[in-house]
Design a protein around this ligand. Structure first.
Ligand code: SF4
Length: 387
């Protein structure tokens, strides 16, 4: 953790109206934003507009199952209602400022919100499925040293609508409406984009509940992974309230090194982090926790590091993802050699844990792990004529 206090609370909020803090339930803009409201607030927003509550169910279905982008498309609603909703409610998508496709098929969107803040999200396709990596914050407070995103100061948290809209935009592009039962190309969602999702827990939780809702996008919690740098007090809450898969950015096996690479470790050291992982419910439930480990040449990649990692994971249902470091200008590290990564992986495997070496995707469009920020800033510099 850096010396900057993050703009969030680590304790559960007092809530009302289906889990939303009262101020977030209220709508004070000209038009009520519907995307991102949980079911209870969604219904109450429509009732406040004088609609019957069953209309909420119909409109929810149009938004999240059919993918409607305008009220005019909602042909099961009377025309007069559609006109009224258009003038009183907002379901607009954010602007896509740029979309790029990598040689390997990965897609990256640069998404701009109403206040002109931007985040990026990335789709990594496989043959018959794909993962969508979405962002939870503009920038990040955590300054993990290997991560270019972490060199961008935190600007603000995304609200639930801004998180859900990344999924809607990706499905618009990929043509995944209405929500398919099988054979989805957005089969998995990973909260591994810009930001620390547990530092924006309430909005992330609300967004994920919308994404999991069976009458809309309907993605199972087993297909959603939340990645944290180790916000220990919220790991338990995440497991209890959301039950999604957990990924932990570990990257070092002793506190001295992890304090440097992942500074939040100074606040929540490795022993506390591992203890929280042992208690994580989906971990006990045959769904393994993923430990992300970026391979840094001569820093954290020795055989003794690998053996220490096996010892650390004792008692945790775990798998390890070894991530070749994606260099960026000015980065203080280099990537370990192929041979080193394989020797490291062999020791983890021999210790009884799966340890695939991740194949970098989307490097040519700066969409690989830890590269997201650089591209946004480049775009801004180009737009403003700066070099
Ligand atoms: S790795 Fe994640 S938590 Fe760490 S600085 Fe980058 S975006 Fe933030």
């Amino acid at each position: 953790m850096t010396s900057t206090s993050p703009p969030h609370s680590e304790s559960p909020n007092a809530t009302s109206c289906g889990g939303l803090p009262p101020k977030e339930c209220s709508q004070n803009t000209d038009r009520t934003s519907l995307i991102g409201l949980d079911r209870a607030c969604f219904e109450s927003a429509l009732v406040k507009l004088g609609e019957r509550s069953y209309r909420a169910k119909q409109i929810w279905h149009w938004l999240y199952y059919q993918g409607a982008r305008t009220f005019d498309e909602m042909t099961t609603l009377p025309k007069s209602l559609r006109t009224r909703l258009s003038s009183s409610c907002n379901i607009d998508r954010p602007t896509v400022n740029r979309m790029q496709q990598s040689e390997d098929g990965a897609l990256k969107w640069l998404v701009q919100f109403a206040d002109e803040r931007e985040v990026e999200c990335v789709h990594i396709p496989e043959e018959d499925r794909g993962a969508l990596c979405i962002s939870s914050q503009v920038g990040c407070t955590l300054t993990c040293r290997f991560c270019h995103t972490g060199t961008q100061k935190l600007v603000r948290n995304l609200d639930a609508g801004e998180i859900v809209n990344q999924v809607l935009i990706a499905r618009d592009t990929i043509g995944e409406w209405p929500s398919p039962k099988d054979g989805r190309m957005i089969s998995n969602i990973v909260m591994m984009g810009m930001g620390e999702p547990l530092y924006n827990f309430d909005n992330v939780a609300r967004a994920l509940r919308i994404i999991m809702d069976g009458e809309g996008i309907s993605l199972s919690r087993r297909r959603i992974t939340l990645s944290t740098a180790g916000v220990v007090p919220l790991i338990e809450r995440c497991g209890r309230e959301l039950g999604v898969n957990l990924a932990v950015s570990l990257h070092a096996v002793d506190d001295e090194l992890r304090n440097q690479i992942v500074p939040i470790n100074k606040k929540y050291p490795i022993a506390d982090l591992l203890e929280a992982c042992r208690r994580y419910p989906s971990g006990r439930n045959s769904r393994r926790i993923t430990f992300e480990y970026v391979m840094l040449k001569g820093v954290n990649d020795s055989d003794s590091d690998a053996r220490a990692l096996v010892r650390l994971l004792d008692g945790v249902p775990a798998k390890v993802n070894l991530i070749p470091f994606n260099a960026w200008p000015g980065a203080p590290y280099q990537c370990s050699s192929n041979n080193r990564m394989h020797s490291f992986a062999d020791i983890i495997n021999d210790g009884g844990y799966s340890a695939p070496i991740r194949v970098p995707r989307g490097r040519d469009i700066l969409a690989a792990c830890g590269q997201l920020k650089s591209d946004s800033e480049q775009v801004k510099r180009n737009r403003t004529g700066l070099s």
